[in-house]
Design a protein around this ligand. Structure first.
Ligand code: 13P
Length: 342
């Protein structure tokens, strides 16, 4: 078997190096349709390609972005000049990543809970993605907070699947970005989010160990510890920062090369402010804390684009602004007034 250790180590380090983060553009067909609907455009293959083209070829992004997570369709598409997207990224010094899970499905016997599918045939799919240029891969597990949930059964099933996928990735020379996402849509308070996130991360790292996954070659993508969207009491920026860091310190091995956050429905500015507060107050953490946002990076860009060629420049400018603000937040150097330079 090929020994990919060195390559895995380099990739994992590079993903979170020099205040850089990841741009997630791996929306599945139903999700991109929902995003396009918000600006009144149809989700055709060409519209999806044109949109991803502007995200991928944005001049200047490489200063702030180390990698982009692509969807299966996207890694097979090309720029308007005919350059395959993965090559267009590599030419800029940005690593192509790929979403390899096949979505969260209802977990049998567990009303209201999901388990992520996609392990069958994954070894073969990973080999193909590696040939297509992928350096890292993402698998998202969804943990829902509600009455009597999450159950141990759901947390364990998802942690087990994440560990099986991570082991297959490392065997293929691809860095696993393991993503257990505790959703922030319910009415729970921040402390419930803390407890569920802590339990989920403990289960994940125990399963990763059981499956022989090398922690030094793994990146964690996780939710912040935050109040549910419907909770009447919303925790402030400093409380979110403090509780998120406390939870990570209690659960994540210090040998992990880096942690990146998803935005999960936070506004673009708030996602940046939270990341900034964590890094400003904690300059000596064992791992870099960075970003791997989808919506919080793309939303202003998508709005500026409106599906029109003449708006591509404005859309790219809006994206670059968010990329820069989040890169500064990796060092605790972001300030609110930067939003006025947009
Ligand atoms: P959001 O930042 O929009 O939550 O998406 C990140 C992501 O890739 C979820 O898997």
């Amino acid at each position: 078997m090929t020994d990919y250790s060195q390559q895995l180590e380099q990739t994992a380090k590079a993903m979170v190096a020099q205040s850089k983060g990841i741009l997630a553009i791996d929306e599945s067909f139903p999700t991109i349709e929902k995003r396009f609907k918000s600006i009144g455009i149809e989700s055709t293959e060409e519209n999806r390609r044109a949109y991803r083209d502007l995200l991928i070829t944005n001049p200047g992004s490489a200063e702030y972005i180390s990698g982009m997570i692509l969807f299966d369709e996207t890694i097979r598409q090309a720029t308007s000049d005919g350059i395959p997207f993965s090559k267009a990224l590599i030419d800029q010094g940005i690593m192509p990543g790929i979403k390899v899970d096949q979505g969260a499905k209802d977990l049998a016997g567990h009303l209201g809970e999901k388990v992520t599918e996609g392990l069958d045939g994954l070894r073969e799919r990973l080999a193909e993605y590696r040939d297509l240029g992928a350096k890292f891969a993402k698998w998202r597990a969804v943990i829902t907070i509600g009455k009597g949930i999450p159950t141990n059964g759901c947390i364990h099933a998802n942690a087990h699947a994440l560990a099986r996928y991570a082991a297959l990735c490392q065997e293929a020379g691809i860095v696993p970005m393991v993503e257990p996402e505790t959703l922030m849509d319910a009415d729970n308070n921040i402390d419930t989010c803390y407890d569920v996130t802590e339990k989920t991360l403990n289960s994940l790292f125990s399963e990763l160990e059981n499956q022989g996954v090398t922690i030094e070659h793994t990146i964690l993508k996780v939710n912040m510890v935050i109040s549910g969207k419907l909770c009447p009491e919303q925790a402030g920026v400093d409380e979110v920062a403090e509780k998120t860091v406390k939870c990570l310190k209690a659960t994540v091995p210090s040998s992990l090369p880096g942690i990146v956050f998803l935005s999960g429905g936070q506004s673009a500015e708030l996602a940046t402010a939270h990341l900034n507060a964590m890094n400003a107050a904690n300059p000596d953490l064992p791992w870099p804390l960075s970003f791997s946002y989808g919506r919080a990076l793309q939303e202003p860009c998508l709005k500026a684009w409106e599906g029109k060629t003449e708006n591509v420049g404005a859309a790219q400018k809006a994206l670059l602004h968010r990329e820069k603000c989040n890169s500064l937040a990796c060092n605790g150097k972001y300030t609110d007034d930067m939003e006025n330079d947009a």
